[in-house]
Design a protein around this ligand. Structure first.
Ligand SMILES: *Cc1c(COP(=O)(O)O)cnc(C)c1O
Length: 569
Protein backbone atom coordinates (compact mmCIF):
# COMPACT_ATOMS: atom_id res chain seq x y z
CA UNK A 1 0.00 0.00 0.00
CA UNK A 2 1.29 3.46 -0.72
CA UNK A 3 2.44 5.63 2.15
CA UNK A 4 1.06 8.92 0.89
CA UNK A 5 -1.85 8.86 3.27
CA UNK A 6 -0.20 7.25 6.23
CA UNK A 7 3.48 7.84 6.74
CA UNK A 8 5.88 7.85 9.64
CA UNK A 9 8.75 10.05 10.55
CA UNK A 10 12.20 8.89 11.44
CA UNK A 11 12.97 11.09 14.44
CA UNK A 12 13.03 9.53 17.87
CA UNK A 13 10.91 11.27 20.42
CA UNK A 14 9.97 11.26 24.05
CA UNK A 15 6.88 11.95 26.14
CA UNK A 16 4.87 14.97 25.09
CA UNK A 17 7.21 15.51 22.13
CA UNK A 18 6.23 12.08 20.84
CA UNK A 19 2.51 12.42 21.24
CA UNK A 20 1.69 16.12 21.12
CA UNK A 21 -1.26 17.34 23.14
CA UNK A 22 -4.19 15.06 22.29
CA UNK A 23 -7.60 15.88 23.73
CA UNK A 24 -9.14 12.56 22.80
CA UNK A 25 -7.81 9.06 23.42
CA UNK A 26 -9.31 6.46 21.08
CA UNK A 27 -9.08 2.87 22.35
CA UNK A 28 -9.54 -0.15 20.11
CA UNK A 29 -8.53 -3.81 20.50
CA UNK A 30 -7.47 -3.72 16.83
CA UNK A 31 -6.35 -0.92 14.56
CA UNK A 32 -5.79 -1.59 10.86
CA UNK A 33 -3.47 0.92 9.22
CA UNK A 34 -2.15 -1.06 6.27
CA UNK A 35 -1.40 -4.66 5.36
CA UNK A 36 2.18 -4.40 6.65
CA UNK A 37 0.99 -3.94 10.25
CA UNK A 38 -1.07 -7.09 10.83
CA UNK A 39 -2.68 -5.93 14.09
CA UNK A 40 -6.25 -6.21 12.82
CA UNK A 41 -8.72 -8.92 11.87
CA UNK A 42 -11.46 -7.11 10.03
CA UNK A 43 -14.12 -4.43 10.00
CA UNK A 44 -13.69 -3.13 13.56
CA UNK A 45 -9.96 -2.61 13.22
CA UNK A 46 -10.10 -1.10 9.76
CA UNK A 47 -12.77 1.32 10.90
CA UNK A 48 -10.46 2.34 13.75
CA UNK A 49 -7.56 2.92 11.35
CA UNK A 50 -9.73 4.84 8.90
CA UNK A 51 -11.11 6.96 11.76
CA UNK A 52 -7.62 7.97 12.90
CA UNK A 53 -6.52 8.70 9.33
CA UNK A 54 -9.45 11.07 8.91
CA UNK A 55 -8.61 12.68 12.26
CA UNK A 56 -5.12 13.32 10.86
CA UNK A 57 -6.64 14.88 7.71
CA UNK A 58 -9.03 17.04 9.78
CA UNK A 59 -6.43 17.98 12.42
CA UNK A 60 -8.42 16.45 15.25
CA UNK A 61 -6.15 16.20 18.35
CA UNK A 62 -6.45 12.48 19.06
CA UNK A 63 -4.22 9.55 20.02
CA UNK A 64 -5.01 5.93 19.12
CA UNK A 65 -4.30 3.10 21.59
CA UNK A 66 -4.27 -0.60 20.74
CA UNK A 67 -2.46 -3.89 21.39
CA UNK A 68 0.66 -4.87 19.49
CA UNK A 69 -0.71 -8.31 18.42
CA UNK A 70 2.76 -9.36 17.33
CA UNK A 71 1.62 -12.48 15.44
CA UNK A 72 -1.42 -10.70 14.05
CA UNK A 73 -4.71 -12.51 13.63
CA UNK A 74 -3.33 -15.28 11.38
CA UNK A 75 -2.08 -15.90 7.87
CA UNK A 76 -4.62 -17.93 5.93
CA UNK A 77 -3.80 -20.74 3.54
CA UNK A 78 -6.39 -23.03 2.00
CA UNK A 79 -5.55 -26.58 0.93
CA UNK A 80 -6.92 -28.43 -2.11
CA UNK A 81 -9.97 -29.65 -0.19
CA UNK A 82 -10.86 -26.20 1.05
CA UNK A 83 -9.50 -26.62 4.59
CA UNK A 84 -8.26 -23.41 6.15
CA UNK A 85 -4.72 -23.54 7.53
CA UNK A 86 -3.79 -20.88 10.10
CA UNK A 87 -0.20 -19.70 10.32
CA UNK A 88 1.35 -17.00 12.52
CA UNK A 89 2.26 -13.78 10.73
CA UNK A 90 5.89 -12.84 10.79
CA UNK A 91 5.90 -9.21 11.90
CA UNK A 92 8.89 -7.45 13.37
CA UNK A 93 7.55 -4.32 15.12
CA UNK A 94 10.95 -2.62 15.16
CA UNK A 95 10.90 -2.48 11.33
CA UNK A 96 7.87 -0.20 11.28
CA UNK A 97 7.21 1.14 14.79
CA UNK A 98 9.29 3.23 17.17
CA UNK A 99 9.72 2.26 20.82
CA UNK A 100 8.94 5.11 23.23
CA UNK A 101 10.86 5.69 26.45
CA UNK A 102 7.92 5.42 28.91
CA UNK A 103 6.82 2.15 30.51
CA UNK A 104 3.42 1.32 32.03
CA UNK A 105 2.34 -1.42 34.38
CA UNK A 106 -0.90 -3.21 35.32
CA UNK A 107 -1.84 -5.77 37.95
CA UNK A 108 -3.29 -9.08 36.75
CA UNK A 109 -4.13 -11.72 39.38
CA UNK A 110 -1.91 -9.82 41.83
CA UNK A 111 1.07 -9.90 39.48
CA UNK A 112 2.64 -6.80 38.03
CA UNK A 113 2.76 -6.89 34.23
CA UNK A 114 5.00 -4.35 32.53
CA UNK A 115 4.02 -2.74 29.24
CA UNK A 116 6.29 -1.28 26.57
CA UNK A 117 4.88 1.36 24.23
CA UNK A 118 5.48 1.54 20.47
CA UNK A 119 4.44 4.43 18.28
CA UNK A 120 3.32 4.88 14.69
CA UNK A 121 2.58 8.30 13.23
CA UNK A 122 -0.29 8.74 10.80
CA UNK A 123 0.22 11.74 8.60
CA UNK A 124 -2.79 13.67 7.29
CA UNK A 125 -3.16 15.45 3.96
CA UNK A 126 -2.12 18.78 5.44
CA UNK A 127 0.75 17.33 7.45
CA UNK A 128 -0.97 17.04 10.84
CA UNK A 129 0.03 13.80 12.56
CA UNK A 130 -1.91 11.42 14.77
CA UNK A 131 0.09 9.02 16.95
CA UNK A 132 -1.02 5.42 17.40
CA UNK A 133 0.32 3.61 20.47
CA UNK A 134 0.82 -0.17 20.43
CA UNK A 135 1.03 -1.83 23.86
CA UNK A 136 3.49 -4.70 24.21
CA UNK A 137 3.98 -7.11 27.16
CA UNK A 138 6.67 -9.27 25.52
CA UNK A 139 9.40 -8.20 27.96
CA UNK A 140 12.01 -10.23 29.84
CA UNK A 141 10.80 -9.01 33.22
CA UNK A 142 7.29 -10.42 32.65
CA UNK A 143 6.26 -14.02 33.35
CA UNK A 144 5.97 -16.57 30.56
CA UNK A 145 2.18 -16.29 30.05
CA UNK A 146 2.13 -12.52 30.56
CA UNK A 147 4.67 -12.17 27.75
CA UNK A 148 2.16 -13.72 25.32
CA UNK A 149 -0.69 -11.32 26.12
CA UNK A 150 0.00 -9.11 23.12
CA UNK A 151 0.92 -11.96 20.75
CA UNK A 152 -2.41 -13.08 19.25
CA UNK A 153 -5.43 -11.02 18.32
CA UNK A 154 -8.60 -12.85 19.41
CA UNK A 155 -6.64 -15.99 20.33
CA UNK A 156 -6.69 -18.02 23.54
CA UNK A 157 -9.39 -18.54 26.14
CA UNK A 158 -11.52 -16.13 28.16
CA UNK A 159 -8.83 -15.53 30.76
CA UNK A 160 -6.36 -14.62 28.05
CA UNK A 161 -8.93 -12.24 26.57
CA UNK A 162 -9.66 -10.58 29.92
CA UNK A 163 -5.94 -10.16 30.58
CA UNK A 164 -5.58 -8.55 27.14
CA UNK A 165 -8.41 -6.18 27.96
CA UNK A 166 -6.73 -5.23 31.25
CA UNK A 167 -3.60 -4.37 29.26
CA UNK A 168 -5.61 -2.38 26.71
CA UNK A 169 -8.00 -0.48 28.98
CA UNK A 170 -6.13 0.01 32.24
CA UNK A 171 -2.69 -0.25 30.66
CA UNK A 172 -3.65 2.22 27.94
CA UNK A 173 -4.67 4.94 30.39
CA UNK A 174 -1.46 4.33 32.34
CA UNK A 175 0.63 4.44 29.17
CA UNK A 176 -0.61 7.99 28.53
CA UNK A 177 0.31 8.84 32.10
CA UNK A 178 3.74 7.27 31.73
CA UNK A 179 4.31 9.48 28.68
CA UNK A 180 3.33 12.57 30.64
CA UNK A 181 0.17 13.25 28.61
CA UNK A 182 -2.19 15.37 30.70
CA UNK A 183 -4.38 16.93 28.03
CA UNK A 184 -6.87 14.12 27.39
CA UNK A 185 -10.49 15.19 27.98
CA UNK A 186 -12.34 12.35 26.27
CA UNK A 187 -11.82 8.59 26.24
CA UNK A 188 -13.48 6.87 23.32
CA UNK A 189 -14.10 3.12 23.63
CA UNK A 190 -14.38 1.51 20.20
CA UNK A 191 -16.45 -1.51 21.35
CA UNK A 192 -16.51 -3.13 24.82
CA UNK A 193 -12.97 -4.55 24.68
CA UNK A 194 -11.63 -1.24 26.00
CA UNK A 195 -14.26 -0.73 28.73
CA UNK A 196 -11.88 -1.47 31.62
CA UNK A 197 -10.37 1.96 31.07
CA UNK A 198 -13.37 3.26 33.04
CA UNK A 199 -12.14 1.46 36.17
CA UNK A 200 -8.79 3.18 36.01
CA UNK A 201 -10.50 6.55 35.52
CA UNK A 202 -12.81 5.82 38.48
CA UNK A 203 -9.83 4.95 40.65
CA UNK A 204 -8.39 8.37 39.88
CA UNK A 205 -11.51 10.51 39.89
CA UNK A 206 -13.49 8.63 42.57
CA UNK A 207 -16.67 10.03 41.08
CA UNK A 208 -19.04 8.40 38.59
CA UNK A 209 -20.21 11.67 37.03
CA UNK A 210 -16.71 12.93 36.41
CA UNK A 211 -15.79 9.69 34.67
CA UNK A 212 -19.00 9.80 32.67
CA UNK A 213 -18.23 13.30 31.42
CA UNK A 214 -15.06 11.92 29.89
CA UNK A 215 -16.28 8.71 28.28
CA UNK A 216 -17.74 7.92 24.88
CA UNK A 217 -18.82 4.42 23.93
CA UNK A 218 -19.44 2.98 20.46
CA UNK A 219 -21.16 -0.40 20.27
CA UNK A 220 -20.77 -2.54 17.16
CA UNK A 221 -22.68 -5.64 18.19
CA UNK A 222 -26.34 -6.12 17.22
CA UNK A 223 -26.97 -9.37 19.16
CA UNK A 224 -26.86 -9.98 22.91
CA UNK A 225 -24.70 -13.12 22.59
CA UNK A 226 -21.99 -11.16 20.78
CA UNK A 227 -21.08 -8.94 23.72
CA UNK A 228 -17.86 -9.62 25.56
CA UNK A 229 -18.47 -11.10 29.03
CA UNK A 230 -16.44 -12.81 31.73
CA UNK A 231 -17.40 -15.11 34.62
CA UNK A 232 -17.07 -13.19 37.88
CA UNK A 233 -15.42 -16.27 39.37
CA UNK A 234 -12.20 -15.49 37.51
CA UNK A 235 -12.78 -11.86 36.55
CA UNK A 236 -12.82 -10.59 40.15
CA UNK A 237 -9.53 -12.17 41.23
CA UNK A 238 -7.85 -11.20 37.97
CA UNK A 239 -8.95 -7.58 38.28
CA UNK A 240 -8.44 -7.30 42.05
CA UNK A 241 -9.30 -4.15 43.93
CA UNK A 242 -9.67 -1.94 40.87
CA UNK A 243 -13.13 -3.50 40.39
CA UNK A 244 -15.18 -2.36 43.42
CA UNK A 245 -18.10 -4.42 44.83
CA UNK A 246 -20.44 -1.49 44.38
CA UNK A 247 -20.19 -1.82 40.60
CA UNK A 248 -21.32 -5.43 40.40
CA UNK A 249 -25.09 -4.80 40.04
CA UNK A 250 -24.83 -2.34 37.14
CA UNK A 251 -22.15 -4.13 35.16
CA UNK A 252 -22.91 -7.82 35.46
CA UNK A 253 -25.56 -10.08 34.01
CA UNK A 254 -26.04 -13.71 35.10
CA UNK A 255 -22.82 -13.61 37.11
CA UNK A 256 -20.80 -12.33 34.23
CA UNK A 257 -19.02 -9.02 33.94
CA UNK A 258 -20.46 -7.59 30.73
CA UNK A 259 -18.09 -5.20 28.98
CA UNK A 260 -20.84 -3.43 27.10
CA UNK A 261 -22.77 -2.78 30.32
CA UNK A 262 -19.57 -1.45 31.87
CA UNK A 263 -18.97 0.87 28.93
CA UNK A 264 -22.58 2.07 28.88
CA UNK A 265 -22.66 2.71 32.62
CA UNK A 266 -19.70 5.08 32.47
CA UNK A 267 -20.42 6.94 29.22
CA UNK A 268 -22.25 10.21 28.66
CA UNK A 269 -22.45 9.59 24.93
CA UNK A 270 -23.27 6.21 23.36
CA UNK A 271 -23.79 5.35 19.73
CA UNK A 272 -24.49 2.54 17.29
CA UNK A 273 -22.77 2.47 13.89
CA UNK A 274 -25.74 2.89 11.52
CA UNK A 275 -29.28 4.22 11.99
CA UNK A 276 -30.79 0.74 12.13
CA UNK A 277 -28.08 -0.43 14.54
CA UNK A 278 -28.93 2.50 16.82
CA UNK A 279 -32.56 1.27 16.91
CA UNK A 280 -31.54 -2.32 17.57
CA UNK A 281 -29.19 -1.18 20.36
CA UNK A 282 -31.89 0.91 22.04
CA UNK A 283 -34.10 -2.19 22.19
CA UNK A 284 -31.23 -4.25 23.57
CA UNK A 285 -30.27 -1.71 26.26
CA UNK A 286 -33.43 0.04 27.42
CA UNK A 287 -32.81 2.92 29.79
CA UNK A 288 -29.82 4.32 27.90
CA UNK A 289 -29.87 7.15 25.41
CA UNK A 290 -28.23 5.68 22.33
CA UNK A 291 -27.52 7.76 19.26
CA UNK A 292 -26.19 6.56 15.94
CA UNK A 293 -23.35 7.73 13.74
CA UNK A 294 -23.15 5.76 10.51
CA UNK A 295 -19.71 4.36 9.72
CA UNK A 296 -17.57 5.41 6.81
CA UNK A 297 -14.27 4.54 5.13
CA UNK A 298 -11.17 6.67 4.60
CA UNK A 299 -11.63 7.87 1.02
CA UNK A 300 -7.98 8.19 -0.04
CA UNK A 301 -7.08 4.78 1.45
CA UNK A 302 -9.80 2.88 -0.40
CA UNK A 303 -9.82 4.67 -3.74
CA UNK A 304 -7.70 2.84 -6.34
CA UNK A 305 -4.87 4.57 -8.20
CA UNK A 306 -6.76 5.13 -11.47
CA UNK A 307 -9.71 6.71 -9.65
CA UNK A 308 -7.38 8.80 -7.48
CA UNK A 309 -5.90 10.26 -10.67
CA UNK A 310 -9.36 10.88 -12.09
CA UNK A 311 -10.57 12.55 -8.87
CA UNK A 312 -7.41 14.66 -8.60
CA UNK A 313 -8.06 15.98 -12.11
CA UNK A 314 -11.79 16.61 -11.79
CA UNK A 315 -12.31 17.23 -8.07
CA UNK A 316 -9.18 18.73 -6.53
CA UNK A 317 -9.46 18.88 -2.75
CA UNK A 318 -11.40 15.61 -2.43
CA UNK A 319 -8.70 14.04 -0.23
CA UNK A 320 -9.17 16.70 2.46
CA UNK A 321 -12.93 17.03 2.02
CA UNK A 322 -14.73 13.90 0.82
CA UNK A 323 -17.99 15.83 0.31
CA UNK A 324 -16.47 17.07 -2.94
CA UNK A 325 -16.98 13.59 -4.39
CA UNK A 326 -20.56 14.62 -5.15
CA UNK A 327 -19.21 16.40 -8.23
CA UNK A 328 -18.37 13.00 -9.74
CA UNK A 329 -21.69 13.29 -11.61
CA UNK A 330 -19.90 15.64 -13.99
CA UNK A 331 -17.09 13.24 -14.93
CA UNK A 332 -17.18 11.88 -18.47
CA UNK A 333 -18.51 8.31 -18.68
CA UNK A 334 -15.59 7.15 -20.83
CA UNK A 335 -13.13 8.28 -18.17
CA UNK A 336 -15.04 6.42 -15.46
CA UNK A 337 -15.02 3.28 -17.58
CA UNK A 338 -11.33 3.40 -18.43
CA UNK A 339 -10.39 3.97 -14.77
CA UNK A 340 -12.56 0.99 -13.86
CA UNK A 341 -11.04 -1.24 -16.54
CA UNK A 342 -7.55 -0.36 -15.32
CA UNK A 343 -8.49 -1.46 -11.78
CA UNK A 344 -10.21 -4.56 -13.15
CA UNK A 345 -7.22 -5.62 -15.25
CA UNK A 346 -4.99 -5.38 -12.18
CA UNK A 347 -7.28 -7.68 -10.20
CA UNK A 348 -7.81 -10.15 -13.06
CA UNK A 349 -4.06 -10.32 -13.78
CA UNK A 350 -3.34 -10.93 -10.09
CA UNK A 351 -5.90 -13.71 -9.81
CA UNK A 352 -4.88 -15.36 -13.08
CA UNK A 353 -1.18 -15.31 -12.29
CA UNK A 354 -1.62 -16.62 -8.76
CA UNK A 355 -4.39 -19.18 -9.28
CA UNK A 356 -4.27 -19.84 -13.02
CA UNK A 357 -7.96 -18.99 -12.99
CA UNK A 358 -8.48 -18.02 -16.62
CA UNK A 359 -10.63 -14.98 -15.82
CA UNK A 360 -11.46 -12.56 -18.66
CA UNK A 361 -11.41 -8.75 -18.57
CA UNK A 362 -14.75 -8.54 -20.40
CA UNK A 363 -16.74 -10.89 -18.18
CA UNK A 364 -19.08 -9.62 -15.50
CA UNK A 365 -17.28 -10.08 -12.17
CA UNK A 366 -18.84 -10.37 -8.71
CA UNK A 367 -16.80 -9.84 -5.53
CA UNK A 368 -17.57 -11.27 -2.11
CA UNK A 369 -14.94 -10.76 0.60
CA UNK A 370 -15.54 -10.74 4.31
CA UNK A 371 -15.25 -12.75 7.48
CA UNK A 372 -16.61 -16.20 6.70
CA UNK A 373 -19.28 -16.71 9.27
CA UNK A 374 -22.81 -18.08 9.19
CA UNK A 375 -24.79 -14.85 9.45
CA UNK A 376 -23.05 -13.38 6.41
CA UNK A 377 -24.25 -16.36 4.32
CA UNK A 378 -21.13 -16.64 2.13
CA UNK A 379 -22.68 -19.56 0.25
CA UNK A 380 -26.05 -18.01 -0.60
CA UNK A 381 -24.88 -17.12 -4.11
CA UNK A 382 -23.67 -20.68 -4.79
CA UNK A 383 -26.52 -22.48 -3.05
CA UNK A 384 -28.10 -23.43 -6.41
CA UNK A 385 -25.26 -24.04 -8.84
CA UNK A 386 -27.39 -25.28 -11.79
CA UNK A 387 -29.47 -22.11 -11.52
CA UNK A 388 -26.36 -19.93 -11.44
CA UNK A 389 -24.90 -21.69 -14.50
CA UNK A 390 -28.22 -21.26 -16.30
CA UNK A 391 -28.24 -17.52 -15.55
CA UNK A 392 -24.74 -17.23 -16.98
CA UNK A 393 -25.84 -19.07 -20.14
CA UNK A 394 -28.92 -16.87 -20.58
CA UNK A 395 -27.71 -13.46 -19.51
CA UNK A 396 -23.94 -13.53 -20.01
CA UNK A 397 -20.73 -14.93 -18.44
CA UNK A 398 -20.24 -14.58 -14.66
CA UNK A 399 -16.97 -14.66 -12.71
CA UNK A 400 -17.06 -14.75 -8.92
CA UNK A 401 -14.08 -13.81 -6.76
CA UNK A 402 -14.23 -14.83 -3.12
CA UNK A 403 -11.95 -14.06 -0.17
CA UNK A 404 -12.22 -14.14 3.60
CA UNK A 405 -10.95 -15.79 6.77
CA UNK A 406 -12.98 -17.86 9.20
CA UNK A 407 -12.19 -17.47 12.92
CA UNK A 408 -10.10 -20.52 13.93
CA UNK A 409 -12.92 -21.72 16.20
CA UNK A 410 -15.78 -21.04 13.77
CA UNK A 411 -16.60 -24.49 12.35
CA UNK A 412 -19.46 -23.29 10.16
CA UNK A 413 -17.36 -20.48 8.69
CA UNK A 414 -14.72 -23.06 7.75
CA UNK A 415 -17.40 -25.28 6.26
CA UNK A 416 -18.47 -22.36 4.02
CA UNK A 417 -14.93 -22.09 2.66
CA UNK A 418 -14.94 -25.82 1.82
CA UNK A 419 -18.29 -25.43 0.04
CA UNK A 420 -17.00 -22.53 -2.05
CA UNK A 421 -13.83 -24.42 -3.02
CA UNK A 422 -15.96 -27.44 -3.95
CA UNK A 423 -18.24 -25.23 -6.06
CA UNK A 424 -15.22 -23.69 -7.77
CA UNK A 425 -14.16 -27.17 -8.92
CA UNK A 426 -17.54 -28.33 -10.17
CA UNK A 427 -19.08 -25.21 -11.68
CA UNK A 428 -18.86 -25.05 -15.46
CA UNK A 429 -20.36 -23.44 -18.51
CA UNK A 430 -20.07 -19.68 -18.52
CA UNK A 431 -19.56 -19.35 -14.76
CA UNK A 432 -16.24 -19.38 -12.88
CA UNK A 433 -15.34 -19.15 -9.19
CA UNK A 434 -11.98 -18.39 -7.60
CA UNK A 435 -10.99 -17.96 -3.95
CA UNK A 436 -8.17 -15.56 -3.01
CA UNK A 437 -6.27 -16.74 0.09
CA UNK A 438 -5.45 -14.52 3.06
CA UNK A 439 -7.91 -11.65 2.73
CA UNK A 440 -6.17 -8.55 4.10
CA UNK A 441 -6.21 -4.82 3.39
CA UNK A 442 -4.11 -5.23 0.26
CA UNK A 443 -6.34 -7.91 -1.26
CA UNK A 444 -9.40 -5.95 -0.13
CA UNK A 445 -8.25 -2.78 -1.84
CA UNK A 446 -7.71 -4.59 -5.10
CA UNK A 447 -11.04 -6.43 -4.95
CA UNK A 448 -13.36 -3.52 -4.09
CA UNK A 449 -12.01 -1.62 -7.10
CA UNK A 450 -11.57 -4.44 -9.60
CA UNK A 451 -14.93 -6.23 -9.60
CA UNK A 452 -18.09 -5.03 -11.36
CA UNK A 453 -20.52 -5.80 -8.54
CA UNK A 454 -19.98 -6.01 -4.79
CA UNK A 455 -22.15 -8.66 -3.14
CA UNK A 456 -23.18 -8.75 0.51
CA UNK A 457 -25.71 -11.20 1.95
CA UNK A 458 -25.96 -10.74 5.74
CA UNK A 459 -28.94 -12.26 7.52
CA UNK A 460 -30.63 -9.27 9.05
CA UNK A 461 -30.48 -7.73 11.63
CA UNK A 462 -26.96 -9.07 12.26
CA UNK A 463 -24.90 -6.62 10.20
CA UNK A 464 -24.32 -3.59 12.44
CA UNK A 465 -22.98 -1.53 9.54
CA UNK A 466 -20.60 -3.23 7.09
CA UNK A 467 -18.05 -1.09 5.32
CA UNK A 468 -16.65 -2.98 2.33
CA UNK A 469 -19.56 -1.84 0.12
CA UNK A 470 -18.60 1.76 0.94
CA UNK A 471 -15.07 1.06 -0.32
CA UNK A 472 -16.57 -0.35 -3.53
CA UNK A 473 -18.74 2.78 -3.94
CA UNK A 474 -15.63 4.98 -3.87
CA UNK A 475 -14.44 3.05 -6.94
CA UNK A 476 -17.75 3.25 -8.76
CA UNK A 477 -18.66 -0.35 -7.96
CA UNK A 478 -22.37 -0.81 -7.13
CA UNK A 479 -23.52 -3.16 -4.39
CA UNK A 480 -26.14 -5.89 -4.33
CA UNK A 481 -27.06 -6.56 -0.71
CA UNK A 482 -29.67 -7.46 1.87
CA UNK A 483 -31.17 -4.32 3.39
CA UNK A 484 -29.28 -4.31 6.67
CA UNK A 485 -26.64 -2.09 8.30
CA UNK A 486 -25.48 0.85 6.17
CA UNK A 487 -27.23 -0.43 3.03
CA UNK A 488 -30.60 0.63 4.46
CA UNK A 489 -29.27 4.18 4.10
CA UNK A 490 -27.14 3.71 0.99
CA UNK A 491 -29.37 1.73 -1.38
CA UNK A 492 -31.28 3.63 -4.04
CA UNK A 493 -32.59 0.85 -6.23
CA UNK A 494 -31.00 0.75 -9.68
CA UNK A 495 -29.12 4.02 -8.94
CA UNK A 496 -26.50 3.05 -6.33
CA UNK A 497 -27.09 -0.70 -6.49
CA UNK A 498 -29.78 -3.24 -5.70
CA UNK A 499 -31.50 -4.75 -2.67
CA UNK A 500 -31.97 -8.43 -1.90
CA UNK A 501 -35.12 -9.57 -0.10
CA UNK A 502 -37.84 -7.73 1.80
CA UNK A 503 -38.15 -3.97 1.56
CA UNK A 504 -36.70 -1.41 3.94
CA UNK A 505 -39.63 -1.15 6.29
CA UNK A 506 -39.99 -4.92 6.75
CA UNK A 507 -39.08 -6.01 10.27
CA UNK A 508 -38.75 -9.76 9.87
CA UNK A 509 -35.47 -11.63 9.91
CA UNK A 510 -34.11 -12.87 6.60
CA UNK A 511 -35.53 -15.98 4.98
CA UNK A 512 -32.83 -17.84 3.02
CA UNK A 513 -35.27 -19.15 0.41
CA UNK A 514 -36.81 -15.75 -0.37
CA UNK A 515 -33.40 -14.08 -0.46
CA UNK A 516 -31.90 -16.72 -2.76
CA UNK A 517 -34.73 -16.36 -5.29
CA UNK A 518 -34.49 -12.60 -5.17
CA UNK A 519 -30.71 -12.63 -5.55
CA UNK A 520 -30.88 -14.78 -8.70
CA UNK A 521 -33.77 -12.78 -10.12
CA UNK A 522 -31.99 -9.44 -9.62
CA UNK A 523 -28.90 -10.81 -11.34
CA UNK A 524 -30.73 -12.34 -14.29
CA UNK A 525 -33.34 -9.69 -14.98
CA UNK A 526 -31.77 -6.43 -13.90
CA UNK A 527 -28.08 -6.50 -13.33
CA UNK A 528 -26.61 -8.67 -16.10
CA UNK A 529 -28.79 -7.16 -18.87
CA UNK A 530 -27.81 -3.66 -17.78
CA UNK A 531 -24.11 -4.58 -17.69
CA UNK A 532 -24.01 -6.41 -21.02
CA UNK A 533 -26.63 -4.49 -23.05
CA UNK A 534 -27.00 -1.01 -21.58
CA UNK A 535 -23.41 -0.07 -20.78
CA UNK A 536 -24.11 3.64 -20.84
CA UNK A 537 -26.64 3.30 -18.07
CA UNK A 538 -24.38 0.94 -16.20
CA UNK A 539 -21.68 3.62 -16.10
CA UNK A 540 -24.25 6.16 -14.91
CA UNK A 541 -24.89 3.83 -11.96
CA UNK A 542 -21.15 3.61 -11.30
CA UNK A 543 -20.92 7.38 -11.28
CA UNK A 544 -23.80 7.79 -8.86
CA UNK A 545 -22.15 5.32 -6.45
CA UNK A 546 -19.23 7.74 -6.14
CA UNK A 547 -21.32 10.92 -6.07
CA UNK A 548 -24.11 9.77 -3.77
CA UNK A 549 -22.46 7.16 -1.55
CA UNK A 550 -18.73 7.94 -1.70
CA UNK A 551 -19.42 11.55 -0.75
CA UNK A 552 -21.30 10.52 2.41
CA UNK A 553 -20.12 7.09 3.58
CA UNK A 554 -16.62 8.19 4.47
CA UNK A 555 -14.80 8.71 7.79
CA UNK A 556 -14.25 12.38 7.00
CA UNK A 557 -18.01 13.00 7.47
CA UNK A 558 -18.18 10.45 10.29
CA UNK A 559 -15.37 12.02 12.34
CA UNK A 560 -17.02 15.44 12.02
CA UNK A 561 -20.16 13.94 13.55
CA UNK A 562 -18.15 12.45 16.42
CA UNK A 563 -16.49 15.79 17.04
CA UNK A 564 -19.80 17.67 17.17
CA UNK A 565 -21.98 15.06 18.89
CA UNK A 566 -19.62 13.11 21.10
CA UNK A 567 -16.26 14.78 21.73
CA UNK A 568 -16.90 18.47 22.23
CA UNK A 569 -20.62 18.78 22.75
C1 LIG B 1 -13.28 -3.48 4.89
C2 LIG B 1 -12.73 -4.76 5.37
C3 LIG B 1 -13.47 -5.57 6.24
C4 LIG B 1 -14.85 -5.21 6.69
O1 LIG B 1 -15.79 -5.38 5.66
P1 LIG B 1 -17.32 -5.68 5.96
O2 LIG B 1 -18.06 -5.20 4.79
O3 LIG B 1 -17.67 -4.87 7.19
O4 LIG B 1 -17.47 -7.13 6.19
C5 LIG B 1 -12.89 -6.75 6.69
N1 LIG B 1 -11.65 -7.13 6.29
C6 LIG B 1 -10.92 -6.38 5.45
C7 LIG B 1 -9.55 -6.85 5.06
C8 LIG B 1 -11.44 -5.17 4.95
O5 LIG B 1 -10.68 -4.45 4.11
Amino acid sequence: MDSMDAGMTGETASGVDAIGKPKIAYFSMEIGIDEHIPTYSGGLGILAGDTLKSCADLKVPIVGITLLSENGYFYQKIDGDGNQIELPIDFNPADILEPLPGMASVTIDNRAVRIRIWRYLLKGVTGHTVPVLFLDTNLKENGEWDRTLTTYLYGGDNKYRLAQEIVLGIGGVRALEALGIETVERYHMNEGHAALLTLELLRREKDLERVRQRCVFTTHTPVAAGHDQFDLSFARPMLGEIFPDSLVPETTFENKLNMTMLGLHFSHYINGVAKKHGEVSRLMFPGYTIDSITNGVHSATWTSEPFKRLFDTHMPGWRADSHILRSALGIDKHDIWSAHMEAKRELVDFVNSRYNAGLAYESFTIGFARRQTAYKRPDLLISDIPKLVQIAENAGPIQIIYAGKAHPKDASGKESIRKIIEAAKTIGGKAKIVYIHNYDMGVGKMMVAGVDLWLNTPRRPFEASGTSGMKAAHNGVPQLSTLDGWWLEGCIENITGWAIGPEKTAQQESDDEIDRRDLYEKLEEWILPKYYHDRDNWIRTMRSCIAINGSFFNTNRMVQQYVVNAYFE
